[in-house]
Design a protein around this ligand. Structure first.
Ligand code: BYC
Ligand code: FE
Ligand code: FE
Length: 472
């Protein structure tokens, strides 16, 4: 079954907005608020310059990746749901085997709303966090990738706002308005989740953010794609297509920094490339430690009744739920979860149902390791003996059993004194951040790169690296 895309509508969509005037009017009255927010808190520079962007105009094979120069406020933010899967049934929980829902069941209304609001809140948060980066893009290629990520996060907000308006009545419209009223780092009205109130002050942070934090997005969206609430499932399915590019930006971005550092180390025969305008490997490790640990917090506590309830109700499943060979109820199956007490780090056994956040975090950690292995291969091939490592899951955590405890990167529970004596070796120090910041100078000549990062191996959509990705 194919769904028609209305691309010329004020709000491009494949959900037949024109057939529901009330909804259309409501969304059209939210649209100027969104644009106002984008102009105020979206990219701080080059807002009006033509950018070589990919715009979704259809959900099929061809249509979702259409390239051309657009000035960002004219980007076609639209509402796109993946094609419905005919006769889809619920794959897990108490309602397993029943038909999926096309409306929100009354008893799950507030839980579903909460999931959608938390998801939606992260999207504009990331745009706010990345707001000033266009001033210091290391190349036009990178500036374009930043903007691509930003407009798509904006579209992800649209995706959630559509669900709120369409399925949650007045409360939903209020929640949609609040998405533009909370702001990243705002002392009075912060964003909901911790990592989205941290700054993304430099491009090294941006690359690690897109590698680690956008990857939380992948795992959360994949779990909600399993949802019995079919519109949420189809929305997340389509968002995941865009998400892949965000993680690509992170993986290749960090990889290019690693490559440049190796080059400088070889050229100058030293591990200290700071005097030569590069970023030392130990600083990369500290940034990795930071972004990885704050992203681990995004999965919630090791055991969670929220997560158990979502699962039992069919609202949020596991990563690749249908490929798993078990009862898909999990109330009588068990697993171990870490447990930190004053005596040290141990484990305890709980039902799999209680441990769903931890299971999703495990899947995420395994995925994170793959890119780190790739960066390490480059280091090994260059003959350095330094490798990047993912710290112990308890390191620098604020949420769950490790929250607020002092755990070293190698997984020892340590004293406050030992923590204080070492924290500058484990997390970016003020001096590290200042050094990285000093390298952040905008490069706007096509094909040229800042000195701390290697060029990409390919351009975008088969264009050369020296293509004018942003017309300045
Ligand atoms: N910060 O029972 P627990 C993305 C709260 S990223 C602050 O373990 P639960 C993107 C929690 O809310 C994907 N608070 O929590 C990436 C709860 O509060 P209440 C975003 C936190 O509900 C890059 C309490 O602690 N999507 O798309 O099982 C760029 C007890 O915790 C945090 C989603 O997250 C935290 N880190 O799990 C752009 C999906 N962690 O209820 C975009 C939707 C926990 O006691 N969200 N708390 O007041 C969820 O599924 C769940 O809300 C969470 C938390 C997984 C986040
Ligand atoms: Fe997103
Ligand atoms: Fe993303």
């Amino acid at each position: 079954m194919s769904i028609t895309v209305d691309i010329d509508a004020k709000i491009p969509n494949n959900v037949d907005l024109a057939g529901d005037r009330r909804l259309q009017r409501a969304l059209e009255s939210w649209q100027p608020k969104f644009i106002r927010w984008w102009e105020e808190l979206g990219p701080a520079a080059f807002q009006r310059n033509p950018v070589f962007l990919r715009t979704a105009i259809d959900v099929g094979q061809q249509g979702w990746a259409n390239f051309g120069h657009v000035s960002m406020p004219d980007y076609r933010w639209g509402v796109f749901l993946a094609e419905p899967e005919p006769d889809r049934t619920i794959a897990f929980g108490e309602h397993m085997g029943q038909d999926v829902w096309h409306e929100v069941p009354g008893e799950y209304r507030s839980d579903l709303r909460r999931l959608i609001v938390v998801q939606g809140d992260t999207e504009p948060a990331s745009v706010e966090q990345q707001r000033r980066l266009s001033l210091t893009a290391p190349s036009l290629y990178d500036m374009r990738n930043l903007f691509q990520v930003n407009v798509e996060e904006g579209r992800h907000l649209w995706a959630m706002v559509y669900l709120l308006h369409r399925y949650f009545g007045r409360d939903g419209r209020d929640e949609a308005d609040e998405m533009l009223e909370r702001h990243s780092g705002d002392p009075d009205k912060p964003r909901i989740l911790g990592a989205f109130n941290e700054e993304t002050p430099d491009w090294l942070s941006f690359f690690f953010f897109t590698y680690f934090t956008d990857r939380d997005g992948k795992y959360q969206l994949a779990s909600m794609r399993e949802s019995a609430f079919d519109p949420l499932s189809r929305t997340c399915d389509f968002m995941l297509k865009e998400e892949a590019h965000h993680m690509f930006v992170g993986a290749t971005g960090v990889g290019r920094v690693v490559n440049r550092t190796i080059e400088l180390m070889q050229e100058h025969d030293t591990a200290d490339v700071h005097p030569h305008g590069g970023i030392n490997l130990d600083v990369l490790q500290k940034y990795l430690n930071f972004h990885y640990s704050v992203s681990l917090d995004l999965f919630g506590a090791e055991t969670s009744t929220n997560a158990a309830n979502y699962y039992a109700a069919g609202l949020k499943g596991r990563f690749q739920e249908e490929r798993r060979d078990d009862d898909h109820r999990l109330a009588t199956r068990h697993r171990m979860v870490p447990e930190a007490t004053d005596a040290g780090i141990g484990e305890r056994e709980v039902t799999q149902l209680a441990a769903l956040n931890e299971t999703l975090r495990d899947d995420y950690i395994e995925d994170c390791q793959k890119g780190v292995d790739r960066w390490n291969r480059a280091l090994r091939e260059a003959g350095t003996d330094v490798q990047l490592t993912m710290p112990h899951a308890g390191f620098n955590r604020a949420v769950g059993t490790f929250g607020g405890r002092r755990i070293s990167p190698d997984g020892r529970m340590i004293s406050p004194d030992e923590w204080d004596a070492n924290v500058d070796r484990w997390l970016p120090s003020d001096a590290d951040r200042a050094h990285v910041q000093s390298l952040m100078v905008g490069v706007t000549e096509p094909g040229k790169m800042a000195g701390w990062i290697a060029p990409p191996s390919n351009g975008i959509n088969q264009k050369p690296v020296e293509f004018e990705y942003v017309k300045v």
